[in-house]
Design a protein around this ligand. Structure first.
Ligand code: ATP
Length: 358
């Protein structure tokens, strides 16, 4: 029997107060993060938010000015990249143009002085797994973008990395191939139980692939959570704006509801805080009904525009107070027309109150 101590406890990777500047730019600013064995974690953010720099610090290509990188409790902050047991897939694939696919995949094994027989069998196994066995004799320039991406994956996996680092590996592919490869890549990583740190600016990719998402902004982790937490419970205005579409409304939470310049929105359920605040409703959390006058219409508007998105339709509704509200309804609701007067009914269960100033 294996002794209990041999079973990994605690995180596989731990980042402890990592900072790195370039001149006046704080590329990474005090980032701490733990990644568990087998977890798929995404760094999501706009161009320049520091996600590539953070990934390069984990890989060892960039040194942090402050903080430590720990792999299974071992401090590897000063360890050379080649000795970290990490696989790296770059945005541009960076395949060696003068080597055929087989030699590209086996590159790290050759570098490590592995015998020919092992190189052969491992290459064959990976080529099989990534469905590129028929391409082993080709050169990179004879491959499509999607095929190059698979070769890059196989090459990164060749040395059985403990951690796979991926920097926008899909961004050079066109949309359709990207979605398919995304699902395949995720399934593969799950199947072999790999731990992955994935960089992207594509929120849909992040939501679809990740166990946890780290939303990065100006070198900091703005929020870390599961895709559902990030989407349904954004912690900050930035996250609410960056991930998915949101109606973001400034006003005052009081006993009678959320007062936004005379327009009264329902307060989120289970929300007891009162005072100046920001309210968030996702477009699909707002129900519509035709407005026929009368009663005490609190949230009434007119449909300005409708766009069919597929299963959903997006409606732009201008309220009486002049606010443009985004609403998404199932496309089977065929009754909506531009110009119609409608009542808005946001679902309090799905509202979110941010930053109460009190
Ligand atoms: P992108 O998606 O565009 O790659 P990113 O989120 O990965 O962006 P980084 O590449 O990490 O962002 O860059 C973060 C900040 O640090 C940027 O302002 C960038 O200009 C700066 N920076 C990164 N690397 C260097 C460098 N080697 N020298 C100078 N400035 C750098």
């Amino acid at each position: 029997r294996r002794p209990e101590a041999a079973i990994a406890v605690g995180p596989l990777l731990r980042l402890d107060g990592i900072s790195r500047s370039f001149g006046q730019t704080k590329a990474v600013d005090g980032v701490s993060l733990e990644i568990a064995q087998g977890e798929f974690v995404t760094l999501l953010g706009d161009s320049g938010c520091g996600k590539t720099t953070l990934l390069r610090i984990v890989a060892g290509y960039v040194a942090p000015e402050r903080g430590r990188v720990l792999l299974v409790d071992r401090d590897i902050t000063a360890l050379a990249p080649a000795r970290r047991r990490m696989g790296f897939v770059f945005q541009s694939y960076a395949l060696f143009p003068h080597l055929d696919v087989g030699a590209n995949i086996a590159f790290a094994l050759r570098l490590a002085g592995e015998p020919m027989s092992l190189r052969r069998s491992r290459t064959a196994e990976l080529a099989e797994m990534l469905e590129i066995a028929h391409l082993l004799d080709r050169f990179p320039h004879e491959l499509s973008g999607g095929q190059q991406q698979r070769v890059a994956m196989a090459r990164a996996l060749a040395s059985s990395p403990q951690l796979l680092l991926l920097d926008e590996p899909m961004s050079a592919l066109d949309a359709r191939i990207r979605t398919r490869l995304r699902d395949e890549l995720k399934a593969l990583i799950t199947r072999i139980g790999l731990t992955a740190l994935y960089v992207t600016h594509d929120q849909e990719e992040a939501l679809a692939m990740s166990d946890r998402i780290c939303v990065m902004h100006s070198g900091r982790l703005e929020q870390v959570g599961t895709p559902a937490e990030i989407y349904h419970r954004p912690a900050t205005r930035f996250v609410a704006e960056f991930v998915g579409l949101s109606n973001i409304i400034d006003g005052i939470a009081d006993a009678g509801g959320f007062d936004a310049g005379g327009e009264i929105w329902p307060l989120p359920s289970n929300e007891a805080r009162l005072g100046a605040a920001t309210l968030v409703y996702r477009p699909e959390a707002i129900d519509l009904s035709a407005f026929r006058g009368g009663g005490d219409p609190r949230l009434v508007g007119r449909i300005e525009r409708i766009a069919l998105l597929g299963a959903l339709q997006r409606l732009w509704v201008r309220t009486r107070a002049g606010r443009l509200v985004l609403v998404e309804r199932p496309s089977v609701e065929v009754e909506w027309r531009a110009g119609m007067a409608v009542s808005l009914a946001p679902d309090p269960e799905r509202g979110r109150l941010l930053a109460v100033a009190a």
